[in-house]
Design a protein around this ligand. Sequence first.
Ligand code: SAM
Length: 250
Amino acid sequence: MDDPRSDPSLVARTLRHLELVNRTLSRVRTLLRRFVIQDMVSRGIQQASVLDVGAGGGDVGLWLVREGARRGVSIRVTCVDADARAVGYAKDRVGRHAAIDIVHGSLFEVEGQWDYVISNHVLHHLRDEEIVGLLEHAWRICRRRIVWNDLLRSRFSLFGFSAFSALLMRGSYARADGLVSILRGFRPRELRRLIQASSWRGQACVGTLLPGRVYVVGQTTRCDGAHEGGGEPDYVQSARNSLAVSSSMR
Ligand SMILES: C[S@@+](CC[C@H](N)C(=O)[O-])C[C@H]1O[C@@H](n2cnc3c(N)ncnc32)[C@H](O)[C@@H]1O
């Protein structure tokens, strides 16, 4: 799909298939409920801003706005993506929503301040040094938390996605791209090493979720109540538990 010469109708169908993956396999909603919405609700926040980097078709941002409204939080989401075809699709699909802004551009260049910076299935598109660069950029533009979800590299993921996509993802780039993406995915220790090389050292941790997801959650030191009561932030315990549960997949 990343090839600029790709067939536009197949690109549109691929973005629809990515939406299906986001709803069913990606666990992105679990992560955003747990580390973004729950964080807002527990702090009594009524308004918050979120930047979704590499937002693709924008469906994750739309879900977040609606879920926030259901929990009494007004969330404004900025979706940024470098691919003009994804941006066009997102404008048609979610761009009319008043709480969503769609920006065409590089995730390394987007400027502003957001409470949360999220990403879903984007890190495996980047080289290691670019991921460290993105961590540094996020350190500057994020007020509270990053929540980044990606693919765990494992045989289980390859076989599982191969079967899922053979059944449900015909006529798009999603199956072929998805299998290559899993091979470019991460083991938790690889993401931990990149965090160590960035300003998020000691401020972010890595967890895993079935099926085949690995995530980074980080909290800036600047936000109030980062270590309320002297204990660990909620995400540290959660990531530790997730790694214990799924250690057989690493
Ligand atoms: C696999 S898609 C995921 C899209 C979306 N996050 C989702 O969950 O469906 C990865 C997206 O990251 C975008 N992307 C990759 N590198 C980027 C960069 N340097 N700047 C902005 N977007 C980028 C691609 O254009 C693509 O839309």
